[in-house]
Ligand binder design. Structure first.
Ligand code: CMP
Length: 139
């Protein structure tokens, strides 16, 4: 059975470009309820830990540097079929391939600076949500 929660980050590029409000509005309009949220900044160490699964990829260093370059918004979202539906809402990783109207099509500038993160499985949604939030911060 598909889970009902996913994890997202509004990345430093979208925050810097003033898109927090518009992206949260798109998230709500797509039917997601925000059950946890914080405005924060990842240290390089924390960003490296979060993206450890990509450690061997050529873009890992760039990814860690970018994700620790400025504040982000981290959130846990709730909806039936949350992981798959949110990936549809944000569009493809590469904004050049993202469907029209998706968050990445509207706000991302490149594959590296792609405005938002979305978990890729129920298992990772739980791991990623727990990475950022204590149980007492989730409602
Ligand atoms: P995200 O969904 O947060 O998960 C991993 C991230 O790695 C991805 O979004 C992109 O921002 C980044 N990424 C993936 N492929 C590349 C690439 N070829 N070059 C730079 N960054 C990438």
């Amino acid at each position: 059975m598909a889970g009902n929660r996913t994890f997202t980050m509004i990345k430093p590029d979208a925050v810097k470009n003033g898109h927090i409000g518009a992206i949260l509005n798109d998230i709500n309009s797509a039917g997601f309820k925000i059950v946890a949220m914080k405005y924060t900044k990842l240290s390089a160490e924390k960003a490296g830990e979060f993206y450890a699964v990509h450690k061997e990829r050529p873009f890992y260093g760039e990814l860690v540097e970018f994700m620790s370059s400025g504040p982000i918004v981290a959130a846990i979202l709730e909806k039936d079929n949350a992981v798959a539906d949110f990936r549809t809402t944000i569009g493809a990783t590469n904004p050049a391939e993202a469907a029209e109207g998706t968050i990445r099509a509207k706000y991302a500038t490149s594959i590296g600076e792609n405005a938002v993160h979305g978990s890729d499985s129920d298992e990772n949604a739980k791991i990623e949500g727990d990475f950022h939030f204590a149980g007492t911060e989730t409602f």
